[in-house]
Write a protein of this length. Structure first.
Length: 513
């Protein structure tokens, strides 16, 4: 949380870090509760265990009066050293620090213990002090933002970034959850187990639409951060789009999809091709036969009724993501959020050019947002190039060490899943002679609350979609008109819709968007 630098010292009015007096121009004082601060300090020195009711709520900066902040710091220091806390030991600690006279001397310390009879309400009073502190922080930040907004020399983008970061820090610091007794937690856990047992599919989370994957995860669980990682053009976007469709159409789950590179229009066209299984080049140009228009109209009807919300804001910040997700949860009841992809998100705090630290902060914040909103968050991630340098079919399989830019991604994630298609590297058969064309593996490399396993799916590259293996039949591949674009090779960015929509012959088919 942003540190409050405004303090009241020896009768002076509190000032902010930019030396402006808060609210004096309007004839107002900052939100404060000095009498309650006195009561809390007195209660702590009156009863030795009162500090444990308060220390998780307050820190020295939360006190409005400078003297009270110093007294509370002395109390915290005594608690850390496991020494007794009373008016004598507190006075001695302040004397050792050389600030006893600054806070009013021994007489003032003694007076604090006369302001309260017991510590029974210490926790409630501490929360009131914390609320006043949050109000002062909001005033401080908004005043600073207002002053910078009037400064013509300040870059607007820098102002927006610093403003959202300051607000985000206040919000993050104010999110506090009480400790809960195990009997209540057991009741909630048993209720969720019974609810899952009554379902035919035994899923307790958001279903992906893939049988074995859902069996491993029991559905994507609320509060989980799921990382789906792969090399470029391996099918990350196609995989999460296929899941989004399954969740929304087949299971009526609200899905929020944040695309940081592809436009919303490109994403929707990909979904249309996947849903209708029409030639992507015809979808792009609109040159459809009458029967194809009928097929288009018939098959997108379910898609048009699905609760899928797409946001294509480029360089989306963590603060913006949290605000948008919260609104979507409250207004539309979304049950899962998908980000394509993590490395394109921005962090507005001071990381001094350290990209690894920036990515670490982003992944940590995404996990915090998943917990706060009680929804699973799926974030796509790139892998580094080390996998390209390894030889052999088995060595091409991605590993946790291949996660790009930050080991914190592996640490923060509840599930890490890799997408692996041997065909991408030119392997068409395995060591036993089995065909690998169209084979895709979802490798569960980390699962904090479950087992590790591999899920085999089929990638229909003609339509950029992942399906259950048994659903890919020979007659599913339509006859496609050849064109001069057949030999065009997609580059790494083809996965994200930056390449044209080439069409191929019967064996190759059109490349995915």
């Amino acid at each position: 949380m942003a540190k409050a630098t405004g303090r009241q010292g020896k009768g002076s009015q509190p000032v902010t870090d930019n030396t402006r007096v808060i609210g004096v121009e309007a004839g107002k004082l900052p939100p404060q509760a000095v009498d309650i601060e006195e009561a809390v300090l007195g209660a702590i020195m009156l009863e030795k265990d009162a500090i444990y009711d308060v220390i998780e709520i307050l820190k020295p900066d939360c006190f409005y009066k400078e003297a009270h902040a110093k007294i509370y710091q002395a109390i915290v220091d005594l608690s850390i050293k496991e020494e007794p806390i009373d008016l004598l030991t507190v006075a001695q600690e302040l004397r050792r620090k050389g600030v006893l006279e600054e806070v009013g001397g021994s007489f003032y310390i003694t007076q604090l213990t006369t302001r309260v009879m017991s510590s029974v309400h210490a926790e409630f009073h501490a929360r009131l002090i914390y609320q006043k502190y949050i109000q002062r922080e909001l005033i401080r930040v908004s005043t600073h933002i207002q002053e910078r907004a009037f400064d013509e020399s300040v870059d607007v983008e820098d102002l927006l970034n610093s403003s959202e970061q300051a607000m985000f820090e206040i919000t993050q610091g104010s999110i506090r959850k009480d400790i809960q007794p195990i009997n209540l937690l057991l009741k909630d856990a048993l209720d969720s187990i019974h609810a899952a047992g009554k379902r035919e599919d035994s899923l307790s989370g958001v279903p992906s639409g893939y049988t074995k994957l859902d069996r491993i995860t029991a559905g994507w669980q609320p509060t989980d951060l799921i990382i789906v990682a792969a090399r470029p053009s391996m099918g990350k976007t196609a995989f999460v789009l296929s899941m989004a469709r399954n969740m929304a159409v087949e299971h009526s789950c609200g899905v929020a999809f944040f695309s940081l590179e592809m436009s919303a229009n490109q994403l929707v066209k990909r979904m249309i091709v996947s849903e209708t299984e029409l030639d992507s080049d015809k979808i792009r140009t609109g040159k459809l036969e009458p029967y194809e228009w009928e097929q288009l109209d018939a098959k997108i009807r379910k898609l048009s009724e699905a609760s899928i919300f797409i946001d294509d804001t480029p360089a989306l910040s963590v603060f913006e993501f949290r605000a948008k997700c919260r609104r979507l949860v409250q207004q539309h009841g979304i049950r899962i959020a998908i980000i394509d992809y993590l490395q394109l998100m921005t962090w507005t705090g001071d990381t001094r050019g350290n990209r690894e630290q920036e990515v670490s902060n982003i992944s940590r914040s995404l996990k915090a947002i998943a917990k706060e909103l009680d929804i699973p968050v799926i974030a796509l991630s790139q892998l580094n190039r080390s996998v390209e340098n390894r030889t052999g079919l088995q060595n091409k399989r991605p590993q946790l060490a291949d996660l790009r830019e930050s080991g914190a991604i592996e640490q923060d994630a509840d599930i890490v899943a890799f997408i692996h298609r041997p065909e991408y590297y030119g392997f068409t058969v395995d060591e036993e002679g089995n065909l690998l064309e169209g084979v895709a593996e979802i490798i569960i490399a980390k699962h904090r609350n479950g087992t590790l396993d591999n899920v085999r799916l089929t990638f229909k590259k003609h339509f950029a979609k992942f399906v259950e293996p048994e659903t890919l039949l020979s007659f599913d591949v339509p006859r496609i008109i050849s064109s001069k674009m057949n030999d065009e090779v997609m580059d790494d960015d083809a996965e994200f819709g930056n390449a044209p929509f080439p069409t191929g012959g019967m064996n190759d088919g059109p490349a995915p968007f």
